[in-house]
Design a protein. Structure first.
Length: 224
């Protein structure tokens, strides 16, 4: 699997945050605002967070089985295609075929929802081996800094790209960890962390504390 094909995939949210036919989660990838949701059939969806009718954010709407409904006028769009399927105010009128939500490619690996903003899906899925299968998800940490600065800060603490890309492996608070860094928007990055430590263990708590300290150090350096 080449690094080039992986680089177009972005880890945007833990898979567990998306419940089938329920919540809508806001996400970001390279400045693109996303509406993340899971249809009743279980398929993960990543859409531009904008209804094509009046540009209201989809994250204000609701999931209706295998459709996403806008909060403003209730227009409904089909999972997968994003095609407008129903206009509740005009039930007898056929849905306009030229109205369609912008849908991005989405897949799941290593406990994360990955999104590609490319027009065509990359030929290979993201690195399923980037995080060991028996490791536990720790947390997602937002940092008011660019992703390159965050990666440099992790490298300064011994994190190395010796795992399948784009994962970095190292230790925080003397606890083994894998880090996936997402460039969400200018001067905002997310660090997704995994560890072999058991959930609720002292080691997991140490990793949480060390991650918060790392965020404070990076942001303090930028403010200086």
């Amino acid at each position: 699997m080449s690094t080039d094909s992986i680089s177009t995939w972005h880890p945007v949210a833990p898979s567990a945050e998306l419940r089938p036919g329920a919540n809508i989660v806001a996400g970001f990838a390279e400045g693109q605002e996303l509406a993340l949701w899971r249809s009743a059939s279980g398929a993960a969806q990543a859409w531009e967070n904008r209804c094509p009718h009046r540009s209201v954010r989809f994250t204000l709407g609701q999931v209706m089985q295998d459709r996403l409904s806008c909060a403003y006028h209730g227009w409904q769009y089909d999972a997968g295609s994003g095609q407008c399927a129903s206009i509740p105010a005009h039930p007898g009128m056929p849905a306009p075929r030229n109205v369609c939500a912008k849908v991005f490619h989405a897949t799941e690996a290593a406990g994360m929802l990955w999104v590609s903003l490319a027009a065509e899906a990359p030929p290979s899925p993201p690195a399923h081996d980037a995080v060991p299968a028996d490791w536990s998800f720790c947390r997602t940490l937002s940092v008011r800094a660019g992703a390159a600065r965050v990666r440099d800060a992790l490298a300064a603490r011994g994190f190395r790209a010796d795992a399948p890309p784009p994962a970095l492996r190292g230790t925080l608070g003397e606890v083994d960890a894998a880090a996936l860094v997402l460039d969400a928007r200018p001067q905002l990055a997310f660090i997704h962390l995994w560890t072999p430590a058991a959930p609720g263990s002292d080691a997991m708590k140490k990793l949480h504390a060390a991650a918060r300290a790392l965020r404070g150090e990076i942001e303090a350096q930028l403010a200086a």
